[in-house]
Design a protein around this ligand. Sequence first.
Ligand code: HEC
Length: 152
Amino acid sequence: MLKMNHYLTKLLILLCLSAFVNLLVWFCAYAEISDDDMSAAAIMTRLKPEGIVDIEGTAKIIVLTENDSARPERGGSEIYQSTCVICHGSGVAGAPIFGNRQAWAPRKAKGMAVLLNHALHGYNYMPPRGSCTDCTDSEIQEAIRYMLLKAN
Ligand code: HEC
């Protein structure tokens, strides 16, 4: 009985020891994981301000887009004076000259649909949108209408 007890005590000590070692290994592993968690949290913290900046950027873009669409349409003469005049004012690269009835007559004969299509997408040396990147389709059309009217 005593011998058996002795054996049991040995077994118990061995079990305790292995449990302790297990606990130690587990603790170290856990400590490492929690360290990783910490750095992950640190990364998250470091990333967070960027996320906020991104959201603000998106919000700004949305605001800008809203402002842009809220901008009142500019008239044909305004668009002409701001962009089209660069070439159509003096006939750069063969552009039909402003107010020149002879130059504009064959253009007018093509009809607005064709002229608008050429003005929007480019036509030979005529650049797309007359290089007015922020012009709406209808603003381009108004500019064409204005040039046609002045060449009547
Ligand atoms: C960089 C010079 C340039 C600018 C800026 C420019 N144009 Fe032109 N445009 C041309 C040239 C060159 C032609 C003649 C193309 C041809 O017939 O080969 C032309 C032709 C046209 C035509 C006649 C197209 C056809 O089918 O006959 C229209 C309409 C026109 N431009 C509208 C505009 C409008 C509107 C603007 C301003 C928003 C503008 N252009 C700005 C160079 C320009």
